[in-house]
Design a protein around this ligand. Structure first.
Ligand SMILES: Cc1cc2nc3c(=O)[nH]c(=O)nc-3n(C[C@H](O)[C@H](O)[C@H](O)COP(=O)(O)O)c2cc1C
Length: 397
């Protein structure tokens, strides 16, 4: 379930090409790793003339990607690497690779990944002074700049070819700091506060018994983790204990949860109710353990719990977003469409709990996002982590 402390830092994809400065990138990988970033490395065939795959794999603690056609799973690597990484850093970037990128050429894994990568790309050129001053290279770099690539300009100094001039790879600190600065600036939820609820509420009957449900809280936790990764200030209100780098408030009953949500609601930009809140609680909690009597049948009287989603939707400001979840075992979309009108929230995420390959304790989910105008967006079956990411992107992009 990932309840223990989890590394929620970004993933940096480092692309290494065939330049003599490739050896310096071993230290760059260590800098990211030391600061808890996940690092993946993709190399050109020529890069492996300068550094070994074993060194790169050991330093990054990951497999090194080099072959376009080494497809182990259904998804080609140039696509799965794009999904996983938050930023790509090509260092050193050879004159050859720079020119290929600027012309849309994808004849190896590194250039294919870069071509498909729709997140920021940092290019750190390094080459002999004459190559650097070559008109084609300069024109290709200008094209890349114009299309939004970030270039860390090379420095002047003593070069491996024995000459002194412009073309030496800029300092590793420059590449590292630029990458962090871009990562920070590009976070989708930067400056936003999100409240996310997770888990099934616990409605006590007596000191030893309670009513609850099968909700595992995995979907809510995945939403909170992803919101945090996207730069949001997160408050998770959960029915279970979890160690995370953001605020976690543990609650038990629907009433406790409602009180915590109300407490923080005013200062939030978005509230996502991913918890399974019990509709009813026992009318009268018994402070003493209920004893088994002679009766064959006993009746528990239940009373309605507050409808947290409906209540906060009533008081929300125009600039606040309220998202609910609905789990249905039949007529999923029909019921969800009725529910969003009834609750008054901005979005409703509907999932089908009659399927045992998704939902509740499963690692996967498949959902429909319904908005106030009854527009429906289908998110195909995927890991809860990936579904959470897509939900947040859909709502905030
Ligand atoms: C010893 C050696 C050092 C090289 N250093 C560089 C370099 O620093 N920058 C560069 O652009 N090309 C350099 N090259 C040339 C590239 O390796 C060559 O252009 C190659 O095609 C680049 O392939 P890639 O971009 O797919 O990695 C060097 C070649 C050799 C043999």
């Amino acid at each position: 379930m990932g309840l223990s402390h989890k590394n929620l830092n970004s993933t940096v994809l480092i692309g290494i090409t065939g330049g003599i400065a490739a050896y310096k990138i071993c230290e760059l990988i260590r800098m990211f790793k030391k600061n808890n970033y996940n690092v993946k490395v993709v190399v050109t065939a020529n890069a492996l003339n300068f550094v070994t795959e074993l060194t790169l794999a050991t330093l990054s603690d990951n497999k090194v990607y080099s072959d376009n056609f080494d497809i182990k799973e259904y998804k080609p690597e140039h696509i799965s690497l794009c999904d996983e990484a938050d930023i790509m850093v090509i260092a050193p970037a050879s004159a050859n690779t720079i020119s290929k990128l600027a012309n849309g050429i994808c004849d190896n894994l590194l250039t294919s990944v870069a071509c498909a990568f729709n997140k920021p790309i940092v290019i750190a050129p390094a080459m002999n002074t004459n190559m650097w001053n070559n008109n084609f290279v300069q024109e290709n770099l200008s094209k890349l700049k114009a299309f939004g690539y970030y270039i860390t300009e090379p420095e002047s100094g003593f070069l491996a070819c024995g000459t002194t001039g412009e073309g030496r790879l800029c300092s590793l600190d420059t590449i590292y700091n630029k990458t962090l600065e871009i990562l920070e600036d590009n976070k989708l939820l930067k400056g936003k506060k999100l409240i996310i609820t997770a888990g099934g509420t616990i409605e006590k009957i007596d000191p030893v018994r309670y009513i609850s449900n099968f909700s595992s809280g995995k979907m809510g936790l995945a939403l909170a983790d992803n919101a945090y990764k996207m730069g949001a200030e997160v408050e998770l209100i959960s029915t279970f204990e979890v160690d995370r780098p953001y605020v976690v408030k543990q609650v038990s009953s629907a009433e406790n949860m409602f009180a915590e949500v109300k407490n923080s609601f005013n200062s939030s930009d978005c509230t996502i109710m991913a918890s399974a809140v019990a509709d009813y609680k026992v009318a009268e909690y018994s402070s003493q353990k209920l004893k088994k009597g002679s009766e064959d049948k006993i009746v528990l009287e239940l009373v309605k719990n507050p409808d947290i989603l409906k209540e906060i939707s009533k008081i929300k400001r125009d600039n606040q977003i309220v998202v609910g979840f609905c789990a249905e075992s039949q007529n999923l979309l029909e019921n969800a469409n009725i529910k969003i009108d009834n609750k008054g929230c901005d979005y409703l995420i509907a999932n089908d709990i009659s399927r045992n390959d998704i939902g509740f304790s499963s690692e996967d989910n498949e959902v429909y996002i319904i908005d106030k105008t009854h527009n429906i967006k289908h998110l195909e079956k995927s890991s809860k982590d990936n579904i959470a990411k897509q939900i947040l992107e859909y709502i905030f992009e």
